[in-house]
Write a protein that binds this ligand. Structure first.
Ligand code: G
Ligand code: G
Ligand code: MN
Ligand code: NA
Length: 250
């Protein structure tokens, strides 16, 4: 049997795991968490999401995977709130799923069942949402935002990023791709670009998150460049929800 049929079964049986990676403010306080899918297969071992997410997307399972993630994100957001930390939980949403008519209803239903408000969920979409959809995704994303869900542009600067996307759509947050962090110390051009993106987003009323912060040196440089939100191995790796709750107690 193929990996695809095992993946289909894992999704149908809801046997994927979800870890969370915290996001931090400049004072190292946790301000939210991103949900990340993990698949431990009996046949293939730990399969990376860079393998199984595209496999799901290319085989009609983008929404099924996304629905599982939304359900878990809502559950985790409710859990965080009961521990006194009503932090938003961010969920990665495939470009195809954004255009699914059922998405808004799925999100609202998850919020109702878990007794959370829309602003306790954040949707992370990549710029591929603009390239893979022939119909304009603006209306869908505006609708989701009008319902109170926060929407972030993920991996900004990774691909054929166009400033036009920022013009077309007011995102709540821009997540600056980790490729910018990698040469931050060595390359002044990267620093100028990053500072420019942060300034631009400030003026457009969008928050910025630096992703993939791996070293103290990068983190210090980012502080100096005006970044206010951070994510990356230096500050916190993806972890089980229980671990995050323990960490929030200290
Ligand atoms: O967690 P990790 O760095 O291994 O994730 C690799 C890629 O898989 C990232 O692009 C991430 O956004 C994506 N990813 C992780 N979990 C999910 C998920 O639940 N849904 C979708 N659509 N993508 C995910
Ligand atoms: O595309 P997206 O930003 O959703 O991808 C998140 C992925 O990035 C996850 O797979 C996560 O494991 C990974 N990640 C998170 N922090 C870091 C980091 O500091 N360095 C690297 N290389 N990857 C990271
Ligand atoms: Mn993401
Ligand atoms: Na990202």
């Amino acid at each position: 049997i193929s990996m695809l049929s095992h993946l289909r079964e894992a999704i149908v049986r809801e046997s994927l795991d979800f870890v969370v990676q915290p996001k931090f403010d400049g004072n190292n306080r946790v301000i939210g968490a991103e949900l990340l899918a993990r698949w431990l297969s009996a046949e293939y071992g730990q399969v990376p999401p860079t393998t199984f997410v595209p496999l799901a997307e290319h085989n009609g399972m983008a929404s099924a995977l996304g629905n599982l993630a939304i359900e878990r994100a809502a559950q985790y957001a409710a859990r965080l709130a009961t521990t006194g930390n009503p932090l938003p939980v961010a969920v990665n949403i495939s470009a195809l799923h954004v255009m699914d008519d059922a998405l808004a209803g799925t999100l609202r239903s998850a919020c109702q069942r878990h007794r959370i408000t829309a602003d306790q969920l954040e949707l992370e979409v990549t710029e591929s949402v603009f390239m893979e959809n022939s119909r304009a995704p603006e209306a869908r994303i505006e609708h989701l935002r009008s319902l109170g869900f926060r929407v972030a542009m993920d991996d900004f600067g990774a691909g054929y990023s166009s400033l036009g996307y920022l013009k077309r759509l007011p995102f709540d947050t821009i997540k600056i791709d980790r490729s910018f962090m990698q040469d931050l110390e060595a390359d002044p051009r990267s620093r100028h670009l990053l500072a420019g993106i942060v300034g631009l987003c400030d003026r457009l009323g969008m928050e910025t998150v630096a992703e993939g912060v791996e070293t103290k040196e990068q983190w210090q440089l980012l502080q100096a460049l005006g970044v206010k939100q951070y994510q990356g191995y230096f500050l916190g790796r993806p972890m089980a929800m229980e671990q995050l709750i323990e960490r929030l107690k200290t």
